[in-house]
Ligand binder design. Structure first.
Ligand code: ASP
Length: 339
């Protein structure tokens, strides 16, 4: 399966363009040229025409929410000149960035495909070139009008993807969604699973406050003081609470609940995301979940922690109205929640 058109490849960083150093792999200059040469050496059969540009490449472990705005703006600036976009990004935070861009580029009418690699392209047995070739082909398919993540044998919806393996070539899965394409001998696109075109472009690139969202991974015995400490910075306006099972917390632990209540009273938006890989938050299923509902926490359904975190950031960067943020978190914008 091939498409036509011109694709912009944006190199953001990650293992794919890194080189070895005494401290381990690190970003290095000159990757766009190395990539052009490597793709040229394949003969380029079936690949769309493409240009390569580079942001200041980073290890994606260094990424901050403000970097999402830089990436999104780079795409918006080139939107009308290209038919599709590939972002070469580190795997560590690729799922966060793919989620964030899906929320910043709502109503997009062209493919945006994230990819990267587990082994640098400068090393033997690299998975980088194959991933880029697949991503380029996918970015030339006009039917794909969403932010996606292409890695190993699958194309996933970006805001459904999670990095689940440190060392496998198939590093990503979408625990609560089916793949959008199988990347085998043929590229098999599941057209019935693609996000339908849903109205006009609503691109927005707000200014992010990197500290606006905190994440709390609940564990047995968590103290109220730990919650207070996490939420103490005045810039924190949202909390992704990684709860147990169907969305439960220790409702009888007064210190813990009082700390959450203090946060809610201060205007912090609480979002209830399950620690489970599969399934959905059902906040009223247990009394231990209803207690969160009583504090105004928004159940995040089957959203991934990465998607919930990115969406909360995008909403908080876009409005000061906490009710509008809660409403936004409860809606499915571009397939991030079960339909
Ligand atoms: N630390 C690297 C990064 O996320 C890992 C990778 O790209 O696979 O940039």
């Amino acid at each position: 399966m091939t498409g036509t058109g011109r694709v912009l490849v944006l190199h953001v960083g990650g293992t794919i363009g890194m080189v070895a150093s005494p401290q381990g792999y690190r970003p290095a200059p000159g990757f766009p040229e190395r990539l052009r040469q490597a793709l040229h050496a394949t003969g380029g059969q079936g690949l769309p025409a493409f240009d390569v540009r580079e942001l200041d490449p980073i290890d994606s472990a260094e990424l901050r929410p403000r970097d999402w705005a830089v990436m999104a703006q780079a795409l918006v600036d080139h939107w009308d000149r290209y038919d599709g976009f590939v972002l070469l990004h580190g795997t560590d935070t690729m799922a966060w960035s793919a989620s964030a861009l899906s929320f910043l580029l709502r109503g997009l009418d062209k493919p945006v495909v994230f990819t990267g690699s587990q082994i640098p392209m400068s090393e033997p047995r690299s998975d980088g070139l194959g991933n880029v070739e697949n991503a380029l082909r996918l970015a030339a398919l006009p039917a794909l009008r969403e932010v996606t993540l292409c890695f190993g044998r699958h194309l996933l919806r970006g805001n459904r993807a999670r990095k689940l393996a440190t060392a496998q070539f198939d590093a990503f899965e979408a625990p609560n969604a089916l793949p959008l394409a199988e990347l085998g001998i043929d590229i098999h696109l599941h057209r019935d699973r693609l996000w339908p075109a849903t109205g006009p472009r609503r691109f927005a690139v707000p200014t992010f406050d990197d500290e606006a969202v905190a994440v709390l991974a609940l564990h047995p015995g968590m103290s109220g003081a730990a919650v207070d400490a996490l939420l103490a910075p005045p810039g924190v306006r949202g909390l992704v609470l990684l709860s147990y099972g169907a969305g439960n917390v220790p409702a009888n632990h007064q210190g813990f609940m009082a700390a959450l209540a203090r946060a809610a009273a201060r205007g912090v938006v609480l979002v209830n995301v399950t620690q489970c890989l599969h399934g959905s938050v059902q906040q009223g299923a247990y009394a231990t979940g209803s207690a969160l509902g009583a504090l105004g926490a928004v159940p995040a359904g089957d959203m991934t922690p990465e998607a919930a975190f990115a969406k909360l950031h995008v909403l908080l960067a876009s409005t000061d109205d906490a009710d509008a943020v809660r409403r936004g978190m409860g809606e499915s914008w571009c397939g991030e929640m079960g339909l």
